[in-house]
Design a binder for this molecule. Sequence first.
Ligand SMILES: [Zn+2]
Length: 118
Amino acid sequence: MAGGSAIRGSRVGAGPMGEAERGDAAPRLVVSYFCAHGHETRPAFAADAQVPETWDCPRCGLPANLDSANPPPPPKIEPYKTHLAYVKERRSDSEADAILTEALKTLRDRRARGELIY
Ligand SMILES: [Zn+2]
């Protein structure tokens, strides 16, 4: 049995990694994701894995999904405005709007500091 176990040992050492890289050890499912920039990402999943609905584009970081005709919209990144800028912008509006603006600013500040996450 000594010879048998030696052969078996060499196969274990060389086998699994090479088989996985050739893709013949387990079936793979290649899925195409599309981001708003038109990048196509094709990650491979195990055939029995649950494929996520969205995938972060590795090229631009935007979310991508499976629908090339309707990729997820890029998250809005609005330039930061000071409270004063809001007041100037909305000076013709009612004071209620200014209060609302202040509340929104507070919310944004808290979110920026990581106090609110959603
Ligand atoms: Zn992209």
